[in-house]
Design a protein around this ligand. Structure first.
Ligand SMILES: CCCCCCCCCC(=O)SCCNC(=O)CCNC(=O)[C@H](O)C(C)(C)COP(=O)(O)OP(=O)(O)OC[C@H]1O[C@@H](n2cnc3c(N)ncnc32)[C@H](O)[C@@H]1OP(=O)(O)O
Length: 260
């Protein structure tokens, strides 16, 4: 079993290194199996990767989940967290708890490590790498956020509190930080819906500045899917929805042809 995993890991590394130099997932790839009597084709490797990383990018194992409340969260952040979290579970007439329309998506400092099978890849591939939005250890200093998904409505909402290290214009959030949270939320949405995907295009209109330390909502809506293309639109609003801060559209390209 362990040997089998090692073969898969080695093949994956060769595959990724090859793809980095030739463009993602474009050409037929043949990688020799270590035993010398078998060849991996692109579709075979895609299947391995699909099993390794998809359809669920998150597993329920033990690491720190950054999407859970911490002491830096303001009362408004906690209120909105509770507002959505309570809808993740509903009570039936018989008093049973069942899954609601919303799901809270856990978030780690490196999701690859905690994806099914990802711990093997994680040891070999840039082991110190961290998800950009989760790499500031000081609570409340950077991106504090939690994403909820509503599969039925094909939407996600993110409750986002911007810390003091995200300053751009004095007292307000940097445009790059806003782009980052939009990319992260829409990217998470695309990945949850369709499996691993990368941003191909992100178009942003900044409508009104976001005060540092304030809590805003990032709404992500899946507009349409055409083949491997996933079109998403996004609005960042004040926490009561009365003020529009930012609008964006994003195009993600699904990395695998497999449908989930
Ligand atoms: C749980 C996970 C949490 C993750 C949260 C964080 C999310 C963060 C997401 C990111 O930030 S990803 C990093 C930033 N993005 C990149 O670095 C991507 C760089 N670009 C690429 O790697 C490739 O261009 C890409 C994978 C996007 C597409 O390459 P492919 O070779 O797989 O696709 P191809 O070029 O064959 O295009 C497929 C289709 O998409 C279309 N397309 C590709 N790029 C496009 C583009 N930029 N604009 C419009 N259409 C585009 C293309 O025309 C074609 O359309 P048709 O099928 O209709 O012919």
């Amino acid at each position: 079993m362990l040997r089998h995993r090692l073969y898969i890991t080695r093949a994956l590394c060769q595959f990724m290194a090859c793809k980095l130099s030739t463009g993602l997932f474009r050409n037929i790839l043949k990688t020799k199996h270590p035993t010398g009597d078998m060849w991996y084709t692109r579709s075979c490797l895609q299947s391995i990767l699909a099993v390794t990383m998809a359809p669920r990018p998150f597993s329920s194992s033990q690491p720190r989940d950054y999407s859970l409340p911490n002491t830096s969260w303001s009362s408004e952040m906690l209120r909105l967290y509770e507002h959505y979290n309570i809808m993740c579970e509903v009570e039936t007439e018989r008093g049973d708890k069942i899954k609601g329309q919303w799901t809270r998506l856990p978030s780690y400092n490196r999701f690859l490590k905690y994806a099914p099978g990802g711990q093997y890849l994680s040891k070999l591939l840039l082991a110190k790498a961290r998800l950009f939005t989760r790499n500031i250890e000081e609570q409340g200093a950077g991106f504090e956020y939690v994403v909820f998904e509503n599969k039925q409505e094909k939407t996600c909402v993110c409750v986002f509190q911007a810390g003091h290290l995200l300053e751009g214009p004095p007292g307000h959030v940097h445009g790059g930080a806003i782009a980052t949270i939009i990319d992260s939320v829409t990217g998470t949405h695309a990945t949850c819906h369709s499996g691993p995907a990368m941003t191909a295009n992100l178009t942003i209109n900044y409508r009104s500045p976001i005060p540092l330390g304030s809590v805003v909502l990032v709404h992500s809506s899946l507009d349409k899917i055409e083949g491997r293309k996933i079109f998403i639109s996004c609005q960042v609003t004040s926490s009561d929805g009365s003020k529009l801060h930012t609008e964006a559209t994003a195009l993600f390209i699904r990395l695998f042809e497999t449908t989930y």
